[in-house]
Design a protein around this ligand. Sequence first.
Ligand code: ADP
Ligand code: MG
Length: 443
Amino acid sequence: MCKLSTFFYESSYLLEPQSRQYFHCLLEEITRLNKIDTLEDVFDRFLSNTHIFKDREVLRHDYIPDKLPHRDEQINCLGGIVAPVLRGSPCSNAFIYGKTGTGKTAVTKYVLNRLSSKAQQLGASIEVCYVNCRLAGTEYRVLSSLCDALDVKVPFTGLAVGEVFDRFKEGLDQQRKIFIVVLDEIDALIKTRGDMLLYELTRVNETLRHGRTSIIGISNDLRFKEFLDPRVLSSLSEEEIVFRPYDATELQDILWRRAQMAFAEGALLDSAVSLCAALAAAEHGDARRALDLLRVAGELAEREGATCVSEANVREAEKRVEHDRIAEVLENLPLHSKLVLCSVYLLGKTKVSYTITGDIYGIYCELCDQSGLSSLTQRRVSGLISELDMIGLLNARVVSMGRYGRTKKIRLGVGRSLVRKVFTDNDRFRDLVGYVPNCLSGV
Ligand code: ADP
Ligand code: MG
């Protein structure tokens, strides 16, 4: 169709100008109708293919299943920690940690939902507030979520953090409630903003007359404790619960239970489920990754009009999920790590296959200048390079230069197009990815 219309367009110069215009309109209309038809096909194919999924909602990240197999120990432990609130006494603070996808969020929400229902039955005066600190992003937003849960009005922005905190305390005291605060992904907030909020929250009971607060902190980073002031740490981790990674058999079990709810009967091969579990277990036993693989594999099978999800669909899903995951890690990097990565990206434009710390630092300083930020020392930047190397966004290799000693050769550890895409979508970095550093303008 495309070739034919090009042919008609090209031969239309033989016609009278008026007929030519009419002819062009006609061709455009045909092309438009043709596009509508292909889209119609896509929709029809989708509608006639309802036999892969039965209920895809249960594969969403925030879905909490009725049963959480292989987490009885953690469920009972957290249940025991929060139970005193049913008798009107505050509970101990708890600190939960484990790698991503080990069920921390699901278990905590599950236990607290059950606690809230029980409290309602008994008429116990408790309030639970769950905040994802990474998504909230600032102390202000975390505190305003806490205020929301107590029906205390706080403007979207504009107040000093101290003022919001005072309103929170006042609301808590007036309502005479036991308030359980869940601070999920607290590591993300502490790393960028420090532990001030946590410090204030762990001390809030000292100034309250009637209300009481208990904190449940959840961290994906096992080294998170190192970032905390010892006083904050000792009061936060009155109780600790560790979530170890799932093994392949456990993941398979979790996947099967969920798959039975999500997929139509016979739409999923055993081997596809086993492969999802094996791939996720090979990394670090991440149930979210396993579920993502299953969902994306199902979507791919659906799109190609297959009758069931195959191993090949899972392999293809693995590529996509990996791509999305790297993009997410990139987006969530702290600002200066992003600047370092952007510097390596810019250096890569010169077609040099690797770079050294000194070159990266030169460009990094220019980017800081461009963005009106003060640059970190070369030593700190070198540390950031090592961290980026550890999470695989950079590849750093120490090579011997003979009698000139040793040097670190660095290059991007992920695809350039992905880095460019993530940075182009970011307001602060949109211009920086196209920036030509002075030290490279002659190259
Ligand atoms: P984390 O908070 O540790 O990163 P999540 O609690 O978000 O992990 O779990 C990731 C996904 O895996 C969620 O969709 C969750 O429902 C599911 N999941 C985790 N553990 C289990 C389990 N034991 N049983 C069923 N689903 C689980
Ligand atoms: Mg979580």
